[in-house]
Design a protein around this ligand. Structure first.
Ligand SMILES: [Zn+2]
Length: 338
């Protein structure tokens, strides 16, 4: 089959590889309904994360189970499933606390920018629907697998409640999904920090009440102005740079909470600033598995529509153009037809 391989930074190719096979009795093989490119795929693509030899890319997926290992009990061939980018057994103590992304058996999904993929720990990782969903819901269900699950976790970790004032730092797909999550959780005010007109528009559609285009100190001053000098109850950090963390911390009120889901690159914290600022933080790789059944149900019932986050669709063979489009911020998120 054809699959996506990153050879070195900037060198992404669609090339012939062996079909995935069951390697362990807890594996499943799925036929993907569609795949996509993640903002986090850009870290190795840009050379900001080491690439040690050719890597199979892709960790967002949904599709039909075609084969299962001998120990798989909860999913069977023919079922439509969605899984998380973190593979988990869903039975260890961390999983039972709802932190499946710290599972004792944790692995990270790879190889999903392809027509078929192997999913380890299938029982703990995959959630099946009762029927095969209509094709028009595929983009929404695919987005649940990572970007919605991650945006949802950012809002959950930031303790968004009914009536909260929320700031979302980052207007990538995850930030936009964070806006949607905050809206679903009943936030009264959702301020999206974005400088790009097309993303501002989408943020409004997903539930943002205000947009702040300024960044850095000016951005923080605008947030203070909009919150009567207090700061936000909840801040969703969806970027991962030193500047975005700085901004997130400064936008939060004393006692407020920052949910951070952008993978930190070059970020360090000033202990005294955290201490005297009284900031609460929770983040990390999103335990998407905790939220999957609920989020899939919201999509299947038509309660949330998030497929619009894919603003470019390409055939798998043109995956290199997809990476370029996201790298150059010409596209928010690229869906791949496999
Ligand atoms: Zn576990």
């Amino acid at each position: 089959m054809l699959a996506t391989i990153l050879h070195k930074p900037g060198d992404i190719r669609c090339e012939d590889v062996a079909d995935p096979k069951i390697l362990r009795p807890t594996d499943a093989i799925i036929k993907l309904s569609a795949s996509c490119i993640c903002g986090s795929d850009l870290w190795p693509y840009r050379g900001l994360q080491p690439v040690d030899g050719p890597q199979h890319m892709g960790h967002e997926y949904c599709g039909i189970v075609v084969e299962v290992g001998s120990e798989v009990r909860t999913v069977r061939p023919g079922q439509f499933v969605v899984g998380s980018f973190c593979l988990s057994d869903n039975t260890c103590p961390h999983c039972r606390f709802g932190f499946q992304s710290s599972c004792e058996q944790r692995e990270f999904m790879s190889g999903a920018q392809a027509p078929y993929a192997r999913v380890p720990l299938a029982d703990g990782t995959l959630v099946a629907t009762s029927e095969v969903p209509p094709v028009e819901l595929i983009p929404d269900l695919l987005a649940v697998s990572d970007v919605l699950g991650t945006g949802w976790y950012a809002a959950d970790a930031a303790e968004v409640r009914e009536g909260s004032t929320v700031v979302v730092v980052g207007d990538g797909a995850v930030g936009l999904m964070g806006v949607l999550a905050a809206k679903e959780m009943g936030a009264a005010r959702i301020i999206a920090m974005s400088r790009h007109p097309s993303r501002q528009k989408l943020a409004h559609e997903f539930g943002a009440t205000d947009i702040v285009a300024e960044r850095g100190e000016e951005g923080v001053a605008r947030i203070k102005e909009l919150t009567k000098g207090v700061g936000a109850d909840s801040v969703l950090e969806c970027v991962g740079t030193a500047e975005s963390f700085e901004q997130a911390l400064a936008c939060s009120r004393p006692g407020g909470t920052i949910g951070y889901v952008g993978v930190p690159h070059g970020v360090s914290f000033d202990g005294q600033k955290l201490f005297f600022g009284q900031k609460r933080m929770l983040g990390g790789p999103a335990p998407v598995r905790r939220f999957l059944p609920d989020l899939m149900e919201r999509v299947l019932q038509g309660r949330i529509k998030l497929g619009k986050v894919f603003d470019l669709k390409l055939p798998l063979a043109e995956v290199a153009e997809g990476y370029r489009a996201m790298d150059e911020r010409r596209a928010i998120k690229v869906m791949l037809e496999v």
